[in-house]
Design a protein around this ligand. Structure first.
Ligand SMILES: [Zn+2]
Length: 356
């Protein structure tokens, strides 16, 4: 009897220990690199933070991170990202209702009820098609290049919500706890011979879309611009600095790094997190080369890809060869790629802006 009681107590103690060990708000992907995160005894006794585990965006009614220093990041297809920090929501790009030819993101533009800001990297439809409707519903400020906001001016959103930026300097602004610096980037320019060859092959082999599916795509495409200025004047990168000092660099098209970007990065040195598009060049050596340029200029601790998914009958852009090339050059780089809406959380009190 005594033996059984002892066993019960031992089991209970073990269960309690296990619970303590797993009771951690979230796993910061940098924990294996930074002892400050791994050994944070105080944080390790806090309960799991639902905002860092649930598949629901804060923008569609999901939880906000419990700690003011926690950043929750969710990829939602193409170059869309949701950043949630200190009670505020920043959406990067807005292309959610992609039509039946695309895999579902698990929510619709209509489901987005809350956002403080929408930063548009450029005005092609696959980056801005839902910016006006989401902006109008949430009251979020919508930011983009002149060619992007010219399009917004034709859509159902109030002009006072729209901010035009050129990325040529002196445009830094504060949105809640996010300090935002627009920087002129450049759109991707994949080699036409490759694009023609791959798109031709996909067209010949993929299931032909129905008339309804095509009509749906025409309507979605009409909510973006195809102005040629997008390439050199219409692609904006954003350097986002949280009030904790944590820096994020957002780059929504896989184009060459500009002198404006190099100057901005020479000033700040490096970022904690890069959210950067995989180039549309199809071949792994070319997408890796573009990723390496980002690594060398932005100098991130963590790299998360964007613009790598595709229509149901298309071809996703492989991220593993990019990750391999980046890690060959910088073995301690942390690479993270998740599925739609899966959160990644960071304890932003640990960052490059502070000694650690
Ligand atoms: Zn584009």
């Amino acid at each position: 009897m005594a033996k059984r009681a002892f066993l019960t107590i031992t089991l209970l103690a073990a269960a309690a220990l296990a619970q303590t060990a797993s009771a951690r708000p979230f796993d910061d992907p940098r924990a294996s690199q930074f002892p400050a995160l791994d050994n944070d005894a105080a944080a390790n006794t806090e309960p799991r933070d639902p905002a860092c585990h649930a598949l629901t965006l804060a923008a569609t009614g999901g939880a906000m991170p419990k700690n003011a220093g926690t950043l929750a990041v969710r990829w939602t297809g193409f170059a869309n990202y949701e950043l949630v920090y200190n009670g505020q929501i920043l959406l990067l790009d807005a292309y959610f209702d992609r039509g039946r030819l695309y895999p579902s993101l698990g929510f619709k533009a209509d489901d987005i009820k809350r956002a403080n800001g929408i930063l548009l990297g450029h005005g092609h439809f696959d980056h801005m098609s839902d910016a006006a409707s989401v902006g109008a519903r949430t009251g979020a400020i919508v930011v983009g290049a002149p060619v992007t906001t010219e399009k917004l001016a034709t859509q159902a959103i109030e002009a006072k919500q729209v901010r035009t930026v050129t990325g040529r300097g002196g445009e830094e602004f504060q949105l809640g706890s996010f300090k935002i610096e627009p920087i002129l980037g450049r759109h991707g320019e994949p080699p036409p011979t490759l694009v023609d060859a791959f798109e031709g092959a996909l067209r010949r082999t993929a299931k032909q879309p129905t008339d309804e599916e095509l009509a749906e795509q025409v309507a979605i495409r009409a909510r973006g611009t195809s102005d040629r200025r997008v390439v050199a004047e219409g692609t904006i990168a954003y350097l986002i600095t949280l009030d904790s000092g944590f820096r994020i660099y957002y780059r929504n098209s896989g184009g060459r790094v500009t002198d404006y970007e190099k100057a901005a990065m020479a000033r700040v040195g490096r970022v904690d997190l890069a959210l950067a598009a995989v180039a549309a060049s199809y071949l792994n050596n070319l997408t890796a080369e573009q990723g390496l340029e980002y690594l060398r200029v932005y100098k991130p601790d963590v790299f998360m890809p964007a613009h790598h998914d595709a229509a149901n009958h298309g071809l996703w852009r492989a991220i593993e060869p990019v990750f391999q090339a980046l890690k060959d050059e910088k073995p301690d780089l942390v690479t993270v790629s998740k599925t739609y809406r899966e959160p990644t959380c960071f304890d932003t009190r640990v960052n490059n802006g502070k000694p650690r």
